[in-house]
Design a protein around this ligand. Structure first.
Ligand code: SF4
Length: 247
């Protein structure tokens, strides 16, 4: 009898997951119609450069983190020289990024640990590993969480199948009822990735990150989301509630 109840429980959980996956796909198709034509991979950097850029971009505007990254390249020339430089020199170079006092020693610590653990300063070896193992390796580095590991593997020249979830993506997913805010941004990375179709290629997973992020940046704002202009209003009970309040 207990076994029957247990099986019923698993069955209803699987049904909920399947329904959510279908919903996520519908959202993806709606958003892709709006933003899809503009989506391109931005760079073709090696994974180490991408990881460093990802750290510089934490809580920082794209323009400022790009400037900090360029400063590092122009002032030091190689990542070995960044690793071995006085921390104050690195801090000065990355000043356009937020929290340079924390990020400068963190970057150098990461560069030293990669050298120690891998024997040389490169992350190209990650291309030989499966994505899950590569992410696990990266997430053992200080300050590297699921979003940074996914961004490093997806945005770099590895073009791996991994879904980074930033604050915009996270907010849109919560408002659509796909995830609960309580799970936090870190866990949301793998939960949301697992809801995408297994048949999605690495580029389609990247596209999903892009459409959700762009929607958060351009329509589903933190304050005053523009629900009346939103292509997802028919699918979004949060938005429908907000529109009704204003009427
Ligand atoms: S309807 Fe409103 S709350 Fe829902 S996704 Fe669109 S903008 Fe965000």
């Amino acid at each position: 009898m207990k076994q029957v109840r247990h099986d019923g429980c698993i069955l209803s959980m699987l049904t909920i997951i399947a329904d959510k996956a279908e919903f996520v796909l519908e959202v993806h198709h709606h958003l892709f119609q709006v933003y899809g034509s503009k989506i391109r991979y931005l760079y073709k950097r090696d994974p180490l450069s991408e990881l460093l850029d990802t750290i510089l971009s934490q809580r920082t505007k794209n323009r400022d983190s790009a400037q900090a990254f360029t400063n590092l390249i122009e002032r030091f020339g190689t990542w070995e020289k960044v690793r071995d430089a006085p921390v104050e020199a690195v801090l000065q170079a990355i000043k356009p990024s937020t929290w340079p006092e924390q990020k400068a020693p963190r970057l150098q610590q990461i560069l030293k640990l990669i050298t120690e653990r891998h024997g040389k300063l490169s992350l190209d070896f990650l291309a030989e590993m499966n994505v899950s193992d590569a992410r696990e390796w990266l997430e053992k580095l200080p300050g590297v969480g699921p979003k940074s590991s996914a961004a490093t593997l997806s945005f770099s020249n590895m073009r791996a199948r991994a879904l980074p979830v930033d604050s915009h993506h996270f907010r849109v997913a919560i408002r659509l009822g796909i995830i609960d805010a309580k799970i936090g941004e870190g866990k949301a990375n793998r939960v949301l990735e697992n809801l995408l179709p297994a048949s999605f290629t690495a580029k389609e997973v990247f596209d999903n990150h892009q459409v959700m992020m762009r929607h958060g940046q351009q329509v589903c704002f933190y304050y005053n989301p523009e629900c009346t202009k939103c292509v997802l209003l028919d699918l979004c009970t949060t938005g429908q509630g907000l529109v009704n309040i204003k009427v």
